[in-house]
Structure formats: structure tokens, C-alpha cells
Design a protein around this ligand. Structure first.
Ligand SMILES: CC(C)(COP(=O)(O)OP(=O)(O)OC[C@H]1O[C@@H](n2cnc3c(N)ncnc32)[C@H](O)[C@@H]1OP(=O)(O)O)[C@@H](O)C(=O)NCCC(=O)NCCS
Length: 243
């Protein structure tokens, strides 16, 4: 695409997605406009294996705009990065068409993967301010990632994800009830810890109940109460079932 068509397209994209813009001339002031223009050049150089020059352009653009796009990233048409500051797009990120990112977004790796380490964002995805998408998985078309979320697993199309770790709260036009969260296999270590503590608490409660029963029996009868130990054993076994 030539520079004139690029500028025309950018004017259209920014006017569509930022209600704050008042004139076409303002497009030249947008960090998104500046950085994507430089990214397109850096990406061409990267594909021709001029890695140093490509990184040099990308780093200069990052200093000017606060948006660091690795020249190896693959970006479709119509990307808009609103405000811009603190946005990072990793080397193996793939971004489809008409994607919107806000300030503070990271499309990064977890540090555990090799090869493709960064996410793939399909067409029309919106990633809100401060959201982090970490790892090599896909965010489906038309999905929205809420402000401040940390997304660590695949998101199907047409979903809204919020929270840390990210949970699907809306699928299509339907709200997802919080009890159905397991369907999307998003990890929830805090909930798991709470469940473990509940189980442990129930087990201890049952054991204590049988010890009290045993003590009462012992006080009354003056000898070991028949069946008390058996009862305590049962309490331990049934600890997980009674909650
Ligand atoms: C996620 C978002 C896009 C809304 O998407 P939506 O599909 O319309 O979802 P809803 O507003 O119906 O919210 C669904 C649920 O998620 C909750 N939620 C929404 N955004 C959230 C967020 N960022 N963090 C935590 N929970 C959030 C809502 O309270 C609601 O919870 P409930 O079901 O218990 O009532 C929006 O809330 C958001 O984060 N926008 C930020 C945009 C931005 O970055 N602006 C910066 C401009 S400078």
C-alpha cells in the first residue's frame, strides 16, 4: 500500500474509533499513526533479514510514542492503538484486521514457550486499557478483553473476558453465569485454594465432632467407647463429601 492510501485509511480508522478527533489533520499527531507507519517499514526490513535496521526503527518509534512493536510481529489492516503509552507487541504476535488496543496493553510471552511465544488476535478484537495477554494462543474474532485483565488461555470468538486471571463473562449476547466458568477451562488458582481450604476445614470439623463424642462417652462410661474410633475413621473418609 502506498503512503497516500495508508494515510487515507488511517484517517478513516481513527475517525471511526476515536470520537475525540475533530479534524483529519489531527491524525498526524496520533502515536498510533506514527508507530504503525514505522512498523510497516521495519517489518519489510525484518522480512529481508535486515534485523538490526528493523529493530533500530522500531526502538526509535518506541521512544517517540511509548508503543513498542517488534518488527517481526504480523499486523493486518486497520489497527488502532488509542493513546498508546506503554503498549508492547511481541515478535511472534499475529494481529488480524480492525483490531483496537488501548494504552498499557501487553501482547507478550510467558517466558516458558519457544518459537511462537505471543498471542494471535483475530479480526475486530478489542483489548482494553492495561490488559495483558500472555502466551501463544488465539483470541477469537470480535472478542473484547476488559480493562486490567490478564488473559492466559484461548478465548473463543464473540466473548468478553475480564479479571485476573481472565474469565469469560459474556459469550455472544449471553452473560455467562459465574458457576459455568469451568466450561472455558480458564485457570482460577484463588478459587482452587479456597476449595482446598474448605475441604480441609470440613475434615477437621468432622474429626473434632467425633473426638467430642468420644470424650463424652469416656467421661460417662469410664472406658473406651465402642465404635468411637470407627466413627472418627468415617469422619475422615467422608470429609470431602459432606461439604
Ligand atoms: C469489558 C468491557 C469492554 C465491557 O464489555 P461488555 O461485553 O459490554 O461487558 P459488560 O459491561 O456487560 O460486563 C460484563 C461483566 O463484567 C464486569 N466487568 C466489565 N468490565 C470489567 C473489568 N474491566 N474488570 C472486571 N470486571 C469487569 C461487569 O461488571 C459485568 O459483571 P456482572 O455480570 O457481574 O454485572 C468494558 O467493561 C471495559 O473494560 N472497557 C474498557 C475500555 C477501555 O479500555 N477504555 C479506555 C479508554 S481511555
Amino acid at each position: 500500500m502506498g503512503i497516500i492510501s495508508y494515510i487515507r485509511e488511517e484517517i478513516q480508522v481513527i475517525r471511526e474509533r476515536d470520537p475525540a478527533i475533530k479534524s483529519n489533520l489531527e491524525v498526524f499527531l496520533y502515536p498510533s499513526f506514527k508507530v504503525i507507519l514505522r512498523y510497516r517499514l521495519a517489518h519489510k526490513l525484518y522480512l529481508k533479514k535486515h534485523y538490526f535496521l528493523a529493530r533500530w526503527i522500531s526502538q526509535r518509534a518506541a521512544r517517540k510514542t511509548g508503543i513498542e512493536i517488534h518488527p517481526g510481529a504480523t499486523i493486518g489492516r486497520g489497527l488502532f492503538i488509542d493513546h498508546g503509552s506503554g503498549v508492547i507487541i511481541g515478535e511472534t504476535t499475529v494481529i488480524g484486521d480492525n483490531v483496537t488496543l488501548y494504552q498499557g496493553v501487553t501482547l507478550g510471552g510467558t517466558g516458558k514457550e519457544k518459537g511462537k511465544r505471543h498471542p494471535t488476535l483475530k479480526d475486530n478484537v478489542m483489548v482494553s486499557a492495561g490488559a495483558k495477554i500472555l502466551g501463544s494462543f488465539t483470541i477469537g474474532e470480535n472478542s473484547k478483553i476488559g480493562a486490567g485483565s490478564v488473559v492466559l488461555e484461548e478465548v473463543p470468538p464473540n466473548c468478553t473476558v475480564v479479571g485476573v486471571p481472565g474469565r469469560i463473562v459474556r459469550m455472544g449476547s449471553k452473560k455467562v453465569p459465574r458457576t459455568d466458568m469451568d466450561q472455558v477451562h480458564l485457570p482460577d488458582p484463588v478459587l482452587n485454594d479456597i476449595r482446598n481450604l474448605q475441604e480441609e476445614n470440613q475434615r477437621l470439623h468432622n474429626e473434632l465432632k467425633h473426638m467430642i463424642k468420644y470424650m463424652k462417652c469416656f467421661e460417662k462410661e469410664g472406658y473406651e467407647c465402642p465404635g468411637a474410633e470407627e466413627g472418627a475413621g468415617k469422619a475422615e473418609e467422608s470429609g470431602g463429601e459432606q461439604r
